[in-house]
Unconditional design. Sequence first.
Length: 151
Amino acid sequence: MTDTPHSEMDELTWSEDGRRVSFVLDEAIYPRDAILGAAYLFVDRCFLFLSRPADQQVEVRLKPKAALDAAGLEALAGDFGNALLDQVLRHQLAASTGRIREYYMARAFFTTAAQSSIDQLLAELDEEELAEDDLEIAVPWETPSAEGAGG
């Protein structure tokens, strides 16, 4: 069987040999984390093989665990392309919003506003006068009039 190159997707070229689909991805376009994230999504469906054919390139070979025909391999290539695009977008969003997330996490863990409000609530509880019942135990079935009746 010969490698049949396909370029169904303008930006993503893939090839298949009747048993597997392969991609050579440029890390300048597809960051390594995005490639690995997309590949991870296919571990239940395919055996994955990664290699580095050249500097800044990653080859991903997907060999389906179940036999697929040419249409199935084409669908697998399309699914991988969509997963790769999703992972690239997630990578870009993480990079662009990273400082905001770091700020919110630091604010949540290292500010004293939450601690001071807890201290304030505890101080209010300490100031309450609970002289009527030192143990703070209410007994709903006892009534003062029933004790005095005695009968």
